[in-house]
Design a protein around this ligand. Structure first.
Ligand code: NAD
Length: 260
């Protein structure tokens, strides 16, 4: 129970990677706030955690809506007394060549990944500073925080941007014992990835099997997907690390696709 009584806010936690981190944190004793677009989905995930013996609540939070973010964090503080951990995880993917990408889609993706990271960081840092116990902020980056792929211009730009934000949070947060790091997963089979397999196959004119083998997993050491459990274990390590020695860093979990 290495996170006993810690309060963790996880955005985009009604699905995929965020949901698995929520379950792992709850198993380790954390009080978990499932922040996602729809209250129904967030509350359903929270109910699953409670049914499994954990402590959790759902909040409706569109991470690009300043008022909803501030309210979600205020509700968290009211219910659980503070915020110790933020996992800024909510995200989408848009597959398109640059020459066919609309400005609206460029802005939409950047807003969810970067405005969302900023707004949740600001609200959580304010709550952490007010309580005076420090905290940990973890951004869900990607191998695409370090590498590029065709058809993913806004995603690659946004994921690179999170590295910069994390470094500034590490520097500004240190005096209040707040640290910030970035997790950079390779491909993980979640709804976000399942959606892009047929999209990439169509755009590239290859089969879905070829997208998996020759696009997604080609550069890994063993042709394997990273799993939601792999990412959750790294998120647990980062949240339970005991000092500011580990801050402003990015750690890649990708079967060797990207090596730093
Ligand atoms: P997912 O689609 O399973 O889950 C994403 C969640 O984010 C959903 O519950 C969705 O409702 C939520 N969300 C989307 N827009 C939101 C918004 N504006 N406000 C609040 N919530 C919102 O996807 P996933 O694969 O679990 O992705 C989670 C994170 O991990 C993303 O940031 C993604 O870029 C990153 N990531 C995923 C992979 C992968 O291969 N799956 C690899 C590297 C990084």
């Amino acid at each position: 129970m290495v996170l006993k009584d810690k309060v963790a806010v996880i955005t985009g936690a009604a699905s995929g990677i965020g949901k698995e981190i929520a379950f792992e944190y709850a198993r380790q004793g954390a009080k978990v706030v499932i922040a996602d677009l729809a209250l129904d989905a967030a509350s359903a995930t929270a109910a699953e955690i409670v049914a499994a013996g954990g402590t959790a609540m759902g909040v409706a939070m569109n991470v690009i809506d300043e008022a909803q973010v501030d309210k979600g964090i205020a509700d968290t503080v009211a219910a659980y007394g503070g915020v110790d951990i933020l996992i800024s995880n909510a995200g989408i993917q848009i597959i398109s060549p640059i020459v066919e990408l609309s400005l609206d889609n460029w802005k939409k993706l950047l807003a969810i990944h970067l405005d969302g990271a900023f707004l949740t960081t600001r609200a959580c840092m304010r709550a952490m500073i007010a309580k005076g116990h420090g905290g940990t902020i973890i951004y869900m980056g990607s191998v695409h925080s370090h590498e590029a792929s065709p058809l993913k211009a806004p995603y690659v730009a946004a994921k690179h941007g999170l590295l910069g934000l994390a470094k500034v949070v590490a520097k500004e947060g240190a005096k209040d014992n707040i640290r910030a790091n970035v997790i950079c997963p390779g491909f993980v089979r979640t709804p976000l990835v399942d959606k892009q397999i047929p999209e990439q196959a169509k755009t590239l004119g290859i089969s879905e099997a070829d997208v998996i083998k020759n696009v997604m997993l080609k550069e890994t050491v063993d042709g394997q997907f990273t799993t939601i459990q792999d990412v959750a274990q790294l998120a647990l390590f980062l949240a339970s690390f005991g000092s500011n020695a580990l801050t402003g860093q990015s750690i890649t979990v990708s079967h060797g696709w990207h090596m730093q």
